[in-house]
Design a protein around this ligand. Sequence first.
Ligand code: GAR
Length: 200
Amino acid sequence: MSIAVFASGDGSNFEVLVEKSRRQGWPEPVTLMLTDRPKAQVLERAKRLGVTAVVFNPSDYETKAAYEQAILSVLGEFGIRRILLAGYMRIVGPVLLEAYRWRILNIHPSLLPAFQGKDALEQALNYGVRWTGVTVHWVDEGIDTGPIIEQKPVLVEPGETVESLRRKVQFVEHNLYPAVVRKWLTGKILPPDGRESGRH
Ligand code: GAR
């Protein structure tokens, strides 16, 4: 049984997760990277790290259900038990949610429920908040609405730009996400239904 990471962009969180998962004592390997974007930078990272990468382009499928069914069969082939969303910019639909209920985590660059959806950093800067941050949460049918597992704040300083804020937020993400995942893998974080992941 192993872990798949879903990513749409640069893949810095994917890389950190793979690196941490290769250290001693990590209980479950990351064996698959799935992207919905054929030209995503994360594909280069997967190649360099030697992680199998698959591309599922939604425009190749007539419906979201068909797209997710195709994904589901590959996840089955790889024995994937858990999914980590890491900059996967797509709403997870009922097909995947039902098959992987409370076995999908997401990381989001804000203190949810503030600034859901896309461009969370821009939203925070435009709003003028003094603090933003990072949230790791369970994935449900909404956009960044699932039960929160862990949050870490990030200070927005005078003169902050999207790029400077991104660097600070990602530094926090790269520590927080693997730490939360490790706790989940070792049974220190239980799913909202209270059942151990993967036993149903
Ligand atoms: C991360 O900051 C992640 O929190 C964000 O996308 C970035 C991906 O960076 N996710 C979302 O905004 C989800 N709503 P990465 O590709 O370098 O890991």
